[in-house]
Each structure stands twice: as C-alpha cells, then as structure tokens.
Ligand binder design. Structure first.
Ligand code: GLC
Length: 715
C-alpha cells in the first residue's frame, strides 16, 4: 500500500483542509496548534468550556477509552463556532491493551515484519479506543545503556534501526481502516545525551548526526510518517525544539517531510531552563519559528502567538503553514466524516489473534546468552522458581515501560506459563526475593528451599520503572542482592536457569559462568509466561540476537560495535593502545550475538564479484544448514569495513541481514544484496558519498564473528 502521505486521499484531504483554513479565525487557527492533557477536562471549574467555545483545543493526549473520547469530542463539536474534531493521541509504543515486547526486545528478533504486525495490531486496539495518533515509533539510536530510554528504541545500529522504523510506520499507518498516525521521535540525537543521563546535552559532530542519528527518521518519513516529535535535549548547543537547522533545513528541506511537528511534553517552556529563551513568549517565538507546529501541551501558543503576530515577529502565513498539515491529517484519518468511535470496537482488546501474536513475539525477541545443555528442559519433575520477578508485581514489570494503557492483571506470569506448559512438574514458587538489599539468611533460606528441586529458575533484572523515561542508571549490575541470590542458588549444586528481564543491557559478568543457562527475555509483554515456557521447553527455539552491546562492566560504556579503529586499536599486545587497564577490551556479549538450541553452518559462500562500481550491487550467496537436532532460525548478518576513506570509518558496519527458519538437517540458499549505495557515508562536506577503495566483508553470526572474511573493492 502506498504510504498515506503520497496517497490520492492525502491530496483530497489537503484540498479540504485548505478550504476550511480560509474560514478560521486566528484564535481557531492557534487552537489547532494546541494539544491538551487530561487536566483541562477534569478540572472542577470546567475551564474546557471557554476553550471549546473559542476553538482553542485541537488535540488531546493520554485520554483513554472510546466512551471518554466520544464524550469530549461531542462537547467540543457542539460548543465550537467552527466544528473541528480533536485528534486524540497516546504513547502506543509496544501495544495498546495487549502488550507486545518492548521495542528493544522486538529489534532482537531481527524481523522488522514482526514489528509491523505488532504495531498494526496495536493500531487496531488504539483506534477502537478513539485514538488516531500515536507517539511512536521511538527511533533514537542508543549507544549508552545507562540511558533508560534505550528500552524504547531499536538499539545501537543505524541500519537495523532504520529497517524497524519504516516497519513500525507501516504497521501503525498503513492499516487500511484503522490508520494510526505515526510520530518519529525524539528528533533528534536524544540518545546521544552525555553520560546516558536523560534530558542531557547531546554534542555530536554534524557528520555523526547525519550518519548515525538521522537516518532512522528519514527511513520513517520515507515510509510515510505523518508526524515528528521534537526532543528535549539541546543538539550542539541549540535545543532540538528550537533548532531551525534540524526542524526546517533538514526535516523539511532535505527529508521532504510534509506532516507536522509536535513538541515533546513541556519542551517549549523548557527553552527558558536551557537558557535559550528569556520568557514564555520568547520560547514560543523560537520554537514556532524553528519549525514546531503543535505544542504539547497547554496554552502557551494560545497565550503568546497573537502578541507575536502583533509585534511582527510571526506572520500569518507561518500560522497557516502549520495549521494546514494538522487539518489535512484530521481529514485523512476520517475524523471529519466520523469523529466518534463505536465503543463496541473495544472488544478487540486482548483478542485471541493479538494474544497469539504477543506470545509469538515474546519467543522471537528473547536472546539465549549461555546454555550448558540444560535447555530445552527435558523430563523435569520439579522446578524451584524464584527471583523478584516471580512475585505478583512481576505482572507489571514483565510488560516494560510505557504501559500506562495496559492491564498488568492480564500478564501471564512465568509461573502460569510453566504450569500450563509442564503440568506434571512440581513447581515450587519461593517468594522473598526483592530488587533491594536482602539479608544473607533470607538468601540462604531461599537457596536451601530451592535445593530440593531438580532445576532452579531465577527470574531477575529490573522493575519496569528502572528503565524508560528518566530511568538513567550509573550502575548496570543486577540491583539489590540479586547477584548474591543467584550465586547462592548456584552454590546449591542444582542447575540454575537465569532469566533476565530488563529494559536495558545489564552487567551479567559475575554470573554468566556460574549459571547453567542465561536467557535474556527482555520485557515480553502480556504473554510473557507462555512465551518463556515455549522457549524453556523447546517448543520454540530461541532465535534472538542482540541489537545492543552488553558491556563487561559499566566502565566500558559507551561501548558499541561500529566504532572507528583509532590509531592504537586495542589488541592487548602492549600497554600503549586504546583500552582500559582494569577490564577486558571486549564487551561481555557483542552486537548481533545470540545462541540457539541447534547449530547452523554457513557454507558455499560466494560474492557475485570482487569489485563493483559506485552505483553497482554486490550479491552474497551462501548455504545455511541446520546441523543440530532441533528446528530453529538463524540470523545471517553481513558486515563490511571500508579500509581507507576521507573520514575514518567504523571497524565494522552491519549492511544486511536475513533471518531464516530451518528444520533440523535442512539447508537453504540465502542471498543478501549489498547495493554500493549502502556503503555511503557522510563526508566532511556533509554529503553522502561512496568512495572507491578496498573493503572487507564478513558473513557472520554476530559482530565479533570473523570466520568468513572476504575482500572486494568499489571502483
Ligand atoms: C514524554 C516523552 C515522550 C512522550 C510524551 C507524551 O515526556 O518524552 O516520549 O511521547 O511525553 O507522553
């Protein structure tokens, strides 16, 4: 389906919007630029009535349910001089009521089409509740797991994140009858916040900005993303929310974006705290002039734009230019034809199809980090289940962040999943483990109780509030006494299967060699227990691969695979090279890493040529064979290195991947195409260039796998 921003319907909607725009008063125009939260409607003094009558409200966020949105919509349409329906938005990041794995987890499936399906399902549920707009996908590249919002994005790699960004937009928007406008956020370089501290400064070169942080936004816009959200952080000293270069020169000028920009919550007013605006009126002038169209949230535009027009600091055509795409998208989403939703539609929440998809997704996103053969479980008679995430509170934590709309009581717990999957096993759930300090005797009591079972399963990690917005952490170890608990469980001599559920990579160095198996389940969502049970019993073979580096220690951070070589690349051969003296050079688990219950062999690897023109294409073919005794999926990864260029290039860059499912013993031929255009990088003149020269190429199972290395050149 053609993306909605290029569709015939878009053109028709724009014409209707142009007609309507001519009839609006200034107040009504500015009202379309103003989004409000719950407060305006729930206030005793009914402030909304004046706002509605004067047409000062164009959009709402985080109002939930068909009943409520219908009521507000009818009040609004009844009271306004010019009836213009409001557009309702919310943070539908990984599901609406049915919760899917977090985006960082979804990216570890290396299956963008899975994300497209999850977001299409989420859009159907959100649409049924009266929403026409989601504040997603979040496509911030994150190279620092101290930053809690790494949970909301698709990892550290620009190429992979761009594929998922486009897939998410297609899922949300190209949904036929239930289009949910996507919102590419947070524009831009929010993940580059210094120290991984949320809201902090991002200071990146323009080359890095264009090469690393912006492409996922471009990919989403090329897929038809209707809106963009400006970020809280400043970028090289100019706040993103008042950054004319980013919001106008690049976003509209270079990317051809035709939708509208909404500020992040409060980001316009925060220009004052940034020391970039003197007062609210100055902040409004700077944000609006830079390219922010709609304010989230409140009256700052309503209160200040009229005076700015009076003073000649803003012009009416600026206002019209911002109102037009908002009205266009209200027509495009059908709001004028049908401003209400049928509350009956909410029966789609938690429908069998969506639950089945959530379960499937949960199995595809988990990453098997260690396994001494204990998994998949076989003929287990008794299991001890412990860890802070087995507590009933785990039902919320296993959903991850941004689940204000979800229903934690619907989460299938790990215990429920195991009991359903292995009804004959005796499952001894041992309470008492927490995320905070535990006394030694409490730990020992749990361990001695657990020792009575064949196998111990420990579910550890983070509470959902420990990642996500403002979830910055200086320490990435398992918090509280979780590490001590695991070590005590290992000391019983019983095999310990450690399930890690968190919104970010955690430091697992001290336990990785002690446990029998280590499965990073992320935050799997509503079907958590069933998905985990499918994996532990081998009904589904883990196929997840990491899209974010797991550090050996937090001191290595920021650590990511696609880094430049430096003049002293770390080899461990001598002192004088770029490394730390007090920890290993390599991370604990590299980008792209993931184990399986089976084994795969790559063979008969061939390149279509050993040289291609700058506008040519290289095809890499190989045979993948499932040489183990269980069906499973392999993720074949293609990395390149540009050996000499006009700017230093990363030692490795992902430029292609293919996930292939193979029954045990089966083989298949895989072809990965590498257009030379994908070798382009941003030169010092900020141009995307493909430079001739020698390249290395790897077909690999992860970014550290160099078994299959090839040379080719670009002429
Ligand atoms: C928050 C977040 C943003 C979210 C918005 C609305 O502060 O930064 O991602 O969409 O507010 O909830």
């Amino acid at each position: 389906m053609d993306n909605i921003m290029n569709s015939p319907a878009y053109k028709a909607a724009r014409e209707k919007a142009q007609e309507l725009l001519k009839k609006l008063t200034l107040t009504e125009k500015i009202g379309q630029l103003s989004q409000f939260g719950n407060s305006i409607y729930s206030s005793e003094e009914k402030i909304y009535e004046d706002h509605f009558r004067e047409g000062k409200v164009g959009s709402f966020l985080t109002l939930r349910g068909a009943e409520k949105t219908n009521k507000i919509q009818s009040d609004l349409l009844e009271m306004q001089r010019t009836p213009i329906p409001a557009i309702f938005a919310d943070d539908v990041i990984h599901g609406y009521r049915t919760t899917f794995p977090t985006p960082i987890a979804q990216s570890c499936s290396w299956d963008p089409e899975l994300t497209e399906r999850c977001d299409a399902a989420a859009a159907k549920e959100a649409y049924a509740a009266g929403l026409k707009w989601t504040f997603g996908p979040m496509v911030d590249i994150a190279r620092d797991p101290r930053w809690g919002r790494i949970m909301e994005g698709f990892g550290e790699d620009t190429y992979l994140c761009s594929q998922f960004a486009a897939a998410a937009v297609r899922g949300f928007q190209d949904n036929g009858k239930t289009p949910l406008l996507a919102c590419m956020k947070h524009y831009a370089a929010y993940g580059a916040c210094v120290g991984g501290r949320d809201y902090n400064t991002a200071d990146v070169s323009l080359e890095t900005l264009h090469e690393v942080y912006l492409p996922p936004f471009k990919a989403g816009i090329d897929a038809g993303a209707a809106t963009v959200m400006s970020a809280f952080n400043d970028v090289n000293g100019v706040p993103a929310t008042a950054n004319h270069y980013l919001l106008t020169d690049v976003l509209r000028g270079q990317f051809g974006f035709k939708g509208f920009v909404v500020s992040d919550a409060g980001a316009v007013g925060e220009l004052i705290a940034h020391g970039f605006a003197a007062d609210p009126k100055d902040a409004v002038c700077k944000a609006f002039s830079a390219g922010v169209d709609m304010i989230m949230a409140g009256d700052m535009f309503n209160d200040n734009i009229p005076a700015l027009l009076e003073e000649g600091k803003l012009k009416m055509e600026d206002i019209d230019r911002s109102v037009l795409p908002i009205l266009t998208l209200k027509y495009l989403t059908g709001l004028f034809e049908e401003p209400y939703v049928d509350p009956d539609g909410e029966k789609i929440f938690f429908c069998e199809e969506h639950l089945a998809l959530a379960r499937e997704a949960g199995t595809q996103c988990a990453v098997l980090l260690e396994n001494n053969g204990i998994l998949p479980l076989k003929n287990v008679k008794s299991i001890a289940l412990t860890g802070p995430l087995t507590h009933p509170c785990g039902q919320a934590h296993l959903l991850g962040g941004w689940c204000g709309i979800a229903d934690p009581s619907r989460t299938v717990t790990i215990e429920d999943g195991l009991r359903a999957a292995i009804p004959d096993a005796n499952i001894n759930v041992i309470p008492g483990a927490t995320f905070v300090h535990m006394d030694k005797e409490d730990i020992d009591a749990i361990a001695s109780d657990a020792a009575g079972s064949d196998v111990i399963i420990a579910v550890v990690g983070e509470e959902n509030g420990m990642a996500g917005e403002a979830g910055s952490k200086a320490d990435l170890d398992l918090c509280g006494s979780q590490e001590d608990l695991i070590l005590a469980l290992c000391d019983t001599g019983r095999p310990v299967i450690c399930l890690v559920s968190a919104g970010r990579p955690l430091v697992l160095s001290k336990i990785k060699d002690k446990v029998a198996a280590l499965l990073n389940i992320w935050q799997p969502g509503t079907e958590a227990g069933n998905a985990v049970a499918d994996l532990l019993t081998g009904k589904v073979n883990p196929s997840g691969h990491l899209t974010t580096t797991f550090p050996y220690t937090v001191g290595q951070v920021p650590i990511y695979y696609n880094h430049p070589s430096t003049g002293r690349p770390a080899s461990g051969r001598w002192r004088f090279e770029s490394k730390y003296m007090d920890c290993p050079i390599e991370p604990l688990y590299p980008f792209g890493y993931g184990l399986s219950y089976t084994s795969f062999e790559y063979s008969e690897i061939s390149l279509s040529s050993d040289s291609i023109a700058a506008d040519g294409e290289l095809k890499v073919s190989l045979t993948v064979t499932n040489t183990g005794d269980q069906d499973g999926a392999a993720v074949v990864q293609l990395y390149v290195r540009d050996l000499v260029a006009s700017r230093v290039r990363p030692v490795k860059e992902l430029k292609g991947f293919k996930k292939v499912f193979l029954e045990k013993g089966a083989s298949t031929r895989v072809v990965i195409s590498l257009p030379a255009a994908n070798l382009a990088f941003v030169n010092s003149d900020l141009e995307w260039v493909v430079e001739p020269g020698q390249f290395k190429l790897w077909i690999a199972d992860n970014s550290a796998d160099e078994r299959f290395e090839f040379d080719f050149e670009v002429t």
